[in-house]
Design a protein around this ligand. Structure first.
Ligand code: ZN
Length: 244
């Protein structure tokens, strides 16, 4: 259910694993993604189960319509039923008690919080989003709401690791030209990209020093969803919120 959960100064950071939900094969069990072909009723039930296990009201969780871009939305409540959810890969809020969620299966989920300012953010950083700068854009949006990078705590969750994320050499070169720290090599000696390392370098450059990353590689862990490994599969979620 909840693979990792920690709190700093009233800010909470949680990441799910794939177990404890009601979805059937191949989405078993706790698929939280609504756009991967799973039964919508199962996803709704799973979102409720995950929220309840975190002490959250499932109706007070903001989900994104993620598109591998760099746009960030400022929100102060969940989308209304039937509302056209904007295509963004980052979301920030200054509303205490409102949870922000990010969906992934190999991409790097990024959770951010400045508990003093009362501002939190979540971002979806795959390779394209990391290169496009969605994480710096989310930090910038938090600063606009009063956050200070020196007070921001950052958590990155389960993601495909740099030893597993093989890419063509030209792609690695393109990524490294923008974010050199993402340059990597697979455990079998071919070109790779380390998105999580790139994200942490971007955060460090902005002055976000209180950072931690998950030890989990989604592609190597059968307890987590991996798009690269399974193609048709579910989505994990990361949640960030402040005590209400
Ligand atoms: Zn790995």
């Amino acid at each position: 259910m909840i693979g990792q959960h920690d709190s700093v100064g009233g800010a909470h950071f949680a990441f799910t694993d794939r177990w404890g939900g009601v979805s059937a094969v191949p989405y078993e069990e706790l698929n939280l993604g609504g756009a991967v072909g799973d039964d919508p009723g199962s996803v709704t039930t799973n979102r409720r189960l995950a929220a309840e296990s975190l002490g959250l009201d499932p109706g007070r969780v903001v989900w994104m319509n993620q598109v591998h871009g760099r746009d960030v939305a400022v929100v102060d409540g969940p989308w209304a039923p039937g509302e056209n959810v904007p295509a963004v890969d980052g979301v920030v809020t200054a509303r205490r008690g409102l949870a922000l969620a990010v969906l992934t299966a190999d991409c790097t989920p990024v959770l951010l919080a400045d508990p003093v300012a009362g501002v939190v953010g979540a971002a979806h950083a795959g390779r394209p989003g990391m290169v496009a700068g969605v994480v710096p854009a989310a930090v910038k949006a938090m600063i606009d709401l009063g956050a200070d990078p020196s007070r921001i705590t950052a958590r990155t969750g389960p993601a495909v690791c740099g030893r597993c994320y093989e890419v063509p050499v030209a792609m690695r070169d393109e990524v490294a030209a923008v974010v050199p720290e993402a340059h990597a090599e697979t455990s079998w000696g071919t070109p790779a990209v380390d998105v999580t390392a790139g994200v942490h370098a971007q955060l460090d450059a902005l002055g976000v020093r209180d950072r931690r990353s998950s030890e989990v590689c989604t592609l190597e862990s059968r307890d987590h969803y991996s798009y690269r490994r399974d193609r048709t599969t579910g989505r994990l979620a990361g949640y960030v919120w402040l005590d209400g």
